[in-house]
Design a protein around this ligand. Structure first.
Ligand code: ZN
Length: 237
């Protein structure tokens, strides 16, 4: 087999390698991964929003509870004095009883507010739990997709290694200058540097060679390298 026929086989291996590279980049799982990443991001934003509202409500709840505790302590202090017997002036006693009554009423009001807040918080906690379950599902799905990508890349990698091995074996018998010319053309011409001449047409650009050019080529020695006048590719005849 001549060097040019072998070059065409190298070309076939290169096309196969280009296809494998394209397959690697265009794995459908990558779109699935992008969809899941977008869903997780949206979910993260939603969770942060709900979490911020919940945080604000529970901060308010804690503030009210602290107020209630302070009132309970204050009432305890006043009642200790009221019933401790140290205070005897009735005006003072009546003022203290009035303060206790006022504090109890305030406390009851704050406790109602706490209950109202707890009712507001409850559905938010349910939302957060549901968002967390959804995140768990999405993350599990994402891990499966990543694993599928890893397996697909591994399979493609094995095919690539096989194609490269075959290409190396073929390229070894091709003169270095012809190989260099092929590589330059291939880089410039969309991955195809050599094409077969079939019935007077270049299969690289699919144009017919002029009769005079066909005639000229016919008389050249078979090892002479000829390129297509139209596209510049190495013609294998
Ligand atoms: Zn051509």
């Amino acid at each position: 087999m001549g060097a040019l026929d072998t070059l065409l086989q190298v070309q076939e291996r290169d096309i196969a390698l280009d296809r494998l590279q394209h397959r690697r980049q265009a794995l459908p799982e990558r779109q699935e991964l992008a969809r899941l990443d977008a869903a997780l991001e949206a979910l993260g934003r939603r969770r942060a929003e709900v979490g911020a509202v919940r945080q604000e409500l529970s901060t308010r709840q804690e503030g009210l509870e602290a107020e209630v505790e302070a009132m309970v302590r204050r009432v305890g202090e006043i009642e200790g004095r009221l019933y401790g017997g140290q205070v005897s002036a009735s005006r003072e006693l009546s003022a203290m009883a009035g303060e206790v009554e006022h504090l109890q009423s305030l406390r009851s009001d704050r406790e109602d507010q706490v209950l109202a807040l707890m009712e507001e918080i409850e559905p938010l906690d349910a939302d957060l739990a549901s968002l967390d379950r959804e995140r768990g599902r999405l993350e599990a799905e994402r891990a499966e997709v990543l694993e599928a990508i890893r397996r697909a890349e591994e399979a493609i990698g094995a095919e690539e290694a096989e194609e490269r091995r075959a290409r190396r074996a073929l390229a070894a018998s091709i003169p270095a200058d012809l190989m260099g010319q092929y590589e330059r053309l291939r880089a410039k011409l969309g991955g195809v540097g050599a094409a077969r001449l079939v019935n007077g047409s270049c299969t690289g650009c699919h144009l017919s060679l002029p009769a005079s050019e066909r005639e000229r080529i016919r008389h050249l020695p078979p090892e002479e390298v000829v390129t297509c006048e139209q596209c510049g590719r190495i013609l294998v005849r």
